[in-house]
Design a protein around this ligand. Structure first.
Ligand SMILES: CC(C)(COP(=O)(O)OP(=O)(O)OC[C@H]1O[C@@H](n2cnc3c(N)ncnc32)[C@H](O)[C@@H]1OP(=O)(O)O)[C@@H](O)C(=O)NCCC(=O)NCCS
Length: 290
């Protein structure tokens, strides 16, 4: 926005986070406080606990299965294995995921992203400067931001994020595209159900159909829309402050045709979807190439 306003012509956006100096219980306790403090986090809600409630509700309303949820993790580990920057560079099977330790019902370890250290940076520039600085500029054509109540109990439902729907609608409108135009997306898969809800909130499939959508490999390269082919938060890792910037980096690489063995053919429109808290806010960007 400062570039658009003419205040700056080149801006570095840097995201970083170092999480591994603390153990899992301390991290979970600290992060749990991002929820509503009066009626929720005081009762011990954690990130896995919150998203587990979304998963249970999605399973109840739409018949989404444990296997469908864990297909998200299988896909993201598949692509993470090809990403030199991923935290987990190993494929997993559905059987292995189903045998992993319980975390918060219905989640097991492979439903969860891992705490990680990481950093990412992107350089934004005005159109004129971008053309001078880069042979293959990537254009930020649409941006949207949405918010929702701090308390998840005040949300209209627990099967999606209203902030993501709002952010997506604004970004699509600004860019003049729709979900069917997006060839590659990086979405906030902090837990398996979060990626399934993202497909639905972004309009890649109908509400309730996210489970079959991933199980039918529609979000693999070669499917309707390639999602998290960098490994996502699940396998690439989720160093919280770096995650959103790393999504922009990954989509820019895809649009430039520089993603190597993870390259999505003919990637001309890409999307990022980054969530804060438990959907208290969400940012969606649409990126395009010339
Ligand atoms: C799932 C979770 C509870 C596991 O924590 P843990 O049991 O303390 O795990 P540890 O850190 O002790 O690691 C134990 C092993 O499991 C692996 N591991 C940890 N989390 C993992 C995950 N999510 N997926 C796969 N493997 C994982 C570690 O690499 C380690 O492997 P190693 O023994 O081969 O070195 C933790 O990763 C977690 O809290 N994730 C959610 C983070 C979160 O909420 N982020 C914010 C979301 S918006």
């Amino acid at each position: 926005m400062s570039i658009k306003a003419g205040v700056h012509d080149v801006v570095a956006v840097i995201g970083c986070q170092k999480m591994t100096e603390l153990g899992t219980p301390e991290i979970l306790a600290l992060m749990g406080r991002v929820g509503e403090v009066q009626w929720e986090s005081g009762f011990g809600t954690t990130f896995p606990g919150y998203y587990a409630m979304f998963a249970k509700r999605h399973m109840h309303e739409y018949g989404t299965t444990r296997e469908q949820l864990l297909e998200v993790a299988v896909k993201n580990h598949h692509y993470g294995a090809m990403n030199p920057y991923a935290l987990f560079r190993k494929e997993i099977t559905l059987e292995k995921a189903l045998a992993s330790e319980d975390v918060a019902t219905p989640f097991q370890v492979y439903d969860c992203c891992a705490n990680a250290d990481g950093a990412a940076c992107v350089i934004l520039a005005s159109e004129e400067r971008a053309r001078e600085l880069s042979q293959k500029p990537v254009w930020l054509d649409g941006m949207g931001c949405g918010t929702a109540s701090m308390s998840v109990l005040r949300r209209p439902n627990l099967v999606g994020l209203p902030s993501a729907e709002q952010a997506a609608a604004a970004a699509y409108e600004m860019a003049g595209v729709g979900p069917g135009d997006v060839k590659v997306a990086d979405v906030h898969d902090c837990f398996t159900v979060a990626e399934i809800m993202a497909y639905e909130d972004l309009g890649f499939c109908k509400k309730g159909e996210g489970g079959p959508f991933v199980a039918e490999r529609q979000t693999y390269i070669g499917g309707k829309v390639a999602v998290n082919v960098d490994g996502g938060l699940k396998a690439k890792g989720h160093p919280i402050g770096a995650t959103g910037v790393s999504m922009t980096y990954e989509i820019a690489k895809q649009l430039r045709g520089e993603a190597g063995e993870r390259q999505v053919p003919d990637a001309d429109v890409g999307l990022t979807h980054n969530v804060g808290g438990i959907g208290q806010y969400c940012f969606v960007q649409i990126l395009k190439r010339d």
